[in-house]
Design a protein around this ligand. Sequence first.
Ligand SMILES: [Zn+2]
Length: 516
Amino acid sequence: MKAYLKVRRLAWLLPAAVSLFIMLPPDVAAKKENVPPEKKFVLDWLAQPQTVERFGRISDVVWAYAELGMQEFKSSKLLADTLEAEGFTLERGAAGMPTCFVASYGSGRPVIGLLGEFDALPMLSQKGRVPKKDPLLEGAPGHGCGHNTMCTAAAAAAIALKQALAKFGLPGTIKVFGSPAEETIASRPYMVRAGLFKDIDVVIDNHSSTGLSTGYGRDGNAVFSVIFTFRGKTAHSAGAPWMGRSALDAVEVTNVAANFLREHLPPAHRLHYIILEGGEAPNVVPDKASVWYYIRNTDEEVEAMYSRVLDCAKAGALATGTELVGVRVLSAVHQRHANKSLAEMIQKNIELVGMPAWTEEENAFAKALQKELGKEEKGMPVEPGKLKEPETVFIGGGSSDVGEVTLVAPTATLSFPGQVPGAIGHHWSTVAANFGSTAWKGLNTGAKIIAATALDLLTDPRQLKKVRDEFTAYSLLHPYKPFLPADAQPPIDLNQELMKKWRDLMRAFYLDRDIQ
Ligand SMILES: [Zn+2]
């Protein structure tokens, strides 16, 4: 494997695919020779330096926009415009969310869906490829989860596939789902409810990572994201506090009750909150306060846990003589249930495409960042991972609204490289690493594997049937029932105030002058 990787490193420098073939050891050459012409065509198209650069620049532009969930107007438009210019039909503002889009190309079955996210995270502003904390703009948002590379990888794969469909006259449709606000798990339940995935045969999801891998089975927690709002009565906090009823007290009693509840929750739970409003001055009893909870557990346990936390909020109101005037469920999503047959197909293409070859400079940057973080200085990743099996003991963890999609269409997630091993998620170190050449190569590798897997599904009905049959059998055992209350509306106001505060200041760092 080491020798093969060395050759791949050299191959990166060679412009002609012919020379690449001569350089490869016999087993890899044989693997490449067996690649069908449609797949070879998309891999070659994506491997061109100008293609790597074109989508790399788009990723860097989205990185610099660093727009928070539901406010990704510029990022979403750039991706949608790029796909439209390539002949995709665009549905913008899909499922009632201005930054959600569906871009379609081709006709007939199968219909292959690609997911793409583009939202950033608050407070993570950081200069790209600087291996120490150094914000572009102190306190502003940043791409601390690599979503800038993810939407771009999906678009690059879709555009490569479009060309293969046209060139080889293949039947089938490619749909890119521009998915807002993944960081607040806020869009997919609404996209599913709007029927966007109704006729989709298979969905290929992707996520930026420190390695190259995929997996199957149940993963992550289900979650309810909910805001409780209380109404009390104002009064002078010193002059006549007995006249007041503090809404902040209601929030605090709710939190105390929820914290006692933890002891009695099933072990996979996670429970956390922030206080959104808690008054404006200590000398005025606050008549309005609100608290935002994430309530996480398995699909089986999460509804009961939500209802117990709701009881804590009711208790908070009762104990303080205030009123619980708002229970706003922003989103509610299931755990992820990735399709094994699809993950196996992705894994084969991971092994075919392999890890990108990193330059000395890229490894030096990775080592400098690892040193700064006190991690092992091992540079960029070398080998792709093995197919990940589901955990035998589930201990809970984060959530993704991709979970919702996995229950309405067979779905698996490709994790592609670009981030530095040891960099911390949702942290400045990940923002630093998601920009520039490693991000470009990582997303390009991701696009190749997504496109290659989609082509397998488009050209081999047996593999498509295997994926679909597994999904049908799973769905019979786990019929989809949304957790989202019927009256919930997409939280399109999310992050509005924050982006209003930052957007003008961030404009100075935009990189879109030379794009398109
Ligand atoms: Zn993410």
